[in-house]
Design a protein around this ligand. Structure first.
Ligand SMILES: [Ca+2]
Length: 422
């Protein structure tokens, strides 16, 4: 199965964006879509034993593919040249040693160049974006912001063969069933004629095109907006990809005319127990408690809203609406949603956040997070395990501890907080 070595040109400029994305990517519909930089899709050297085991796995997988409606002809077309790709496994095993703070993350995600480029891309594609907005009700700035966050406006779409990547990951088994489903979906896409295997390229984990759809999301949400009969998210023309993104957000519950969120100022003495996504009030109810738009005045009546404190009580506060959740269907990390929302606002002409982040604070290391969990649990604030990840249980435990200690109960893990427990 010798295959010509394809050394594809990659724009290394664009690798600056989201390589160390903060937050729980596992819950994203495209969970492993972003890792480190894509690599050139050359056929790598693999020892013959590994290659033989991989080939045997591929042969064995055929019956599952056929049972899922893939024809012999599609299987042959798609799997000719499939190879084990150890670079994909390296990416899958790669774990960042440190967590970025929210402000460092947003400085990169919503950089001046990304704002400037976003405005230029919006201007360039304005007519088609207006048609997309008219059809799906999702603002063009939001669609462009997703495009900017995912692939720097199409410059880092990924050049790895998706079939080989997914086969390798499904064979590898660490998240084998997830990738096996993605592989079946990828074969269905090829069978549908939207793209052939050679042009089905993407990131190492199989996220494809301008806005990085994984195959199952593609099958459910991608649309043919150009009207040529193909849902083409891979071509240089971003039309189908941008429309597919709007379709995805619309199907994820996007409410027309509602912002993702508004930066607010909290009154002194604000009850931090009310912050977090678990509590919703109307903007009028928040206003009655003294919550004001950071830019002045009242927040409009856009519907049920929560108060989000991404860096705790000392950082900016946001009143977030249902559309925050709609964006989170793309990637469930709050940092990502804030990035999309803020980038969209900036592309639309808004200024930076009014209140700055507590930039002198350092995010806790994983070791410190484990220590925090151990100390909380020892004090009777059960974090339900000590995995070094600040999830819902740990946040709840922090809030309970903060309340008992008379601290602002913002649920935010800091070194300062850890020191009060030592
Ligand atoms: Ca099309």
């Amino acid at each position: 199965m010798k295959r010509a070595v394809r050394l594809l040109s990659i724009s290394f400029l664009a690798f600056t964006g989201l390589s160390a994305c903060a937050g729980p990517l596992e819950t994203s519909p495209r969970p492993m879509a972003r890792g480190a930089a894509p690599v050139a899709d050359a056929v790598p050297d693999v020892d013959s034993a590994t290659q033989a085991r991989f080939n045997a796995w591929v042969s064995g997988f055929k019956s599952r593919a056929l049972a899922n409606g893939i024809t012999e002809a599609t299987w042959r077309r798609a799997m000719t040249g499939v190879h084990y790709n150890p670079k994909v496994i390296e990416r899958d095993r790669y774990q960042s040693e440190f967590t970025k703070s929210i402000w460092d993350y947003l400085d990169g995600a919503v950089s001046e160049s990304r704002i400037t480029n976003g405005r230029a891309m919006l201007a360039k594609n304005r007519r088609v974006l207006e048609r997309i907005e008219a059809k799906y009700g999702v603002p063009k700035e939001i669609v462009v912001a997703v495009w900017g966050m995912e692939t720097n406006y199409g410059t880092t779409r990924g050049s790895m063969g998706v079939i080989s990547s997914l086969s390798t990951l499904a064979y590898d088994g660490r998240r084998g069933e997830f990738f096996a489903k993605q592989l079946i979906a990828a074969l269905k896409i090829i069978q549908s004629g939207d793209v052939d295997a050679a042009h089905m390229t993407g990131s190492w984990a199989g996220a494809m095109g301008h806005t990085q759809f994984i195959p199952t999301s593609y099958l459910t949400y991608a649309v043919d907006f150009t009207g040529d009969g193909r849902r083409d998210i891979w071509s240089n023309d971003p039309t189908d990809a941008l429309a597919s993104t709007a379709a995805y957000l619309a199907r994820s519950g996007w409410t027309k005319g509602q912002p993702w969120g508004v930066e607010v100022t909290l009154p002194s003495g604000f009850n931090y127990n009310l912050s977090g996504k678990g509590t919703t009030r109307t903007p009028a109810q928040w206003a009655a408690m003294g919550v004001k738009a950071a830019g002045g005045g009242r927040v409009g009546n856009y519907g049920a809203a929560s108060i989000l404190l991404p860096a705790g009580a000392k950082g900016p506060a946001f009143m977030i609406f249902g559309n925050f959740k709609a964006i989170s269907r793309y990637n469930n990390a709050d940092s990502y949603v804030l990035g999309v929302g803020h980038l969209a606002d900036r592309i639309g002409g808004a200024g930076p956040f009014i209140n700055d982040w507590p930039r002198t604070g350092k995010p806790l290391s994983e070791k410190q997070k484990v220590e925090l969990q151990e100390r909380l649990t020892a004090r009777g604030f059960d974090t339900d395990g000590t995995d070094g990840k600040i999830g819902a249980n740990t946040t709840k435990a922090i809030v309970a501890y903060q309340k008992s200690a008379g601290l602002p109960a913002d649920g935010y893990a800091t070194l300062e907080l850890l020191q009060t427990l030592r």
